[in-house]
Write a protein that binds this ligand. Structure first.
Ligand code: GLU
Length: 378
């Protein structure tokens, strides 16, 4: 009799709270625009299986726009904003219905949660969404999350569910994120263009080399390419989460990973930063930018606050309490933080000593432009 081999121990088998992100291309058949129901049934079976192991699962599911467009007769090709908003409205209800039907048949309650960018970017709304999601989990439901595409506009949207999934993982303190996508993991180069590209099964740390492997970030951000997946990975690992990119197209895609199937795992940070700092670092769209001099870079690196004196320029419109990015003279981001002054006040005090703030503004404000408690180095 052949010897039985024990199943491999993957981070997924040890995880207790898992976020699974499902891409549109998996859910919706490209040729017909219909839901890929037979495949979805195998995914749902995997989720039910995880739950029977005592794990909690949050689904982040795309597919609303892809599923809705054919029902209202929209043509192939790029859609105008209002068309994709309309398609999402039609598709989302179908998507939610499919999850409800399949999961509830297994006795698992399903909850639909539609988030907008502000729900993760504004601290109070973030805490509010977190309370809802953790309550749903405590009640034994599977939250099925998507961006609220019907009201999201071009400027104010995640655009891709990879980063949304990472923000959600951070929100619910998940210990594992699985991105099911149309690529089976990270390669040293784009395998479609470079035959020498090597597959990377494990990323211990997200270094600039790893980021470079993801390709041209500027062109891919917002479209769910590898660059957005690396940004998502960064957010998740900083939150202490294992993160995995895997091919979603095979049947039972999550069980495959559990059983040691091919995928790229990213190790979580050894010492996750405090929750509030995770949230600052994971900001998807900082409201503005502060350029700082060399001395200020050194001060920040040694754990100090950012004083107005070290700032050479500001850009963007921001209010006190917004998250801004802090960059060197050549535009390299070195930190992110919550700014203590709005852009108009900041413009008046930069380059000046903190002792002069009262005279410059006519009131006594904080000495720091960003206090070190509100600052995270990148
Ligand atoms: N939220 C979009 C949808 O449901 C998809 C975003 C993505 O594919 O990452 O259609």
């Amino acid at each position: 009799m052949p010897a039985r081999t024990a199943p491999p121990v993957t981070p997924l088998s040890r995880a207790r709270r898992i976020v699974v992100k499902v891409g549109s291309a998996l859910l919706v058949d490209a040729a017909t625009g219909r839901l890929n129901r037979a495949w979805l049934e195998t995914l749902v079976a995997d989720i039910v299986r995880l739950r029977r192991q005592g794990k909690e699962v949050v689904l982040v599911s795309s597919g609303a726009i892809a599923l809705g467009r054919r029902h209202i007769g929209l043509p192939r090709g790029p859609l105008r904003l209002e068309e994709s908003q309309a398609a999402a409205a039609v598709g989302q209800i179908r998507l939610a219905h499919a999850y409800k039907e399949l999961l509830e048949a297994e006795g698992v309650p399903v909850a639909q949660v539609l988030l907008t960018l502000e729900d993760s970017e504004q601290r109070r709304r973030y805490l509010n969404a977190r309370a809802t999601l953790t309550t749903l989990l405590a009640c034994g439901a599977v939250p099925v999350i998507n961006e609220n595409d019907t009201v999201a506009t071009a400027e104010i949207r995640y655009g891709d569910n990879d980063r949304l999934a990472a923000r959600v993982a951070q929100m619910v303190s998940a210990d594992c994120v699985v991105l099911l996508s149309d690529i089976d993991g990270l390669y040293t180069a784009d395998p479609n263009k470079d035959p020498t590209a090597r597959f990377i099964p494990l990323v211990r740390q997200i270094t600039p080399d790893i980021e470079a492997m993801a390709g041209d970030s500027a062109s891919e951000v917002g479209r769910g390419g590898m660059a957005t997946k690396i940004i998502a990975a960064r957010i998740a690992v900083a939150a202490g989460c294992h993160f995995c990119i895997a091919a979603g197209a095979p049947r039972h895609p999550v069980r495959r990973i559990e059983q040691g199937g091919r995928c790229t795992w990213f190790r979580p940070a050894a010492t996750p930063v405090a929750a509030r700092k995770q949230w600052i670092a994971g900001t998807l769209r900082p409201a503005g930018e502060l350029r700082i001099d060399e001395g200020a870079v050194r001060a920040l690196r040694s754990g100090k606050s950012l004083l107005p004196a070290g700032v050479t320029a500001t850009s963007g419109r921001f209010e006190r309490g917004d998250t801004v990015s802090v960059c060197t003279a050549d535009g390299r981001e070195v930190a992110r933080g919550i700014v203590a002054y709005g852009d108009a006040e900041a413009a008046r005090i930069i380059g000046r000593r903190s002792a002069d703030i009262a005279a410059l503004l006519g009131y006594t404000g904080r000495d720091e432009l960003i206090h070190r408690d509100d600052l995270v180095l990148q």
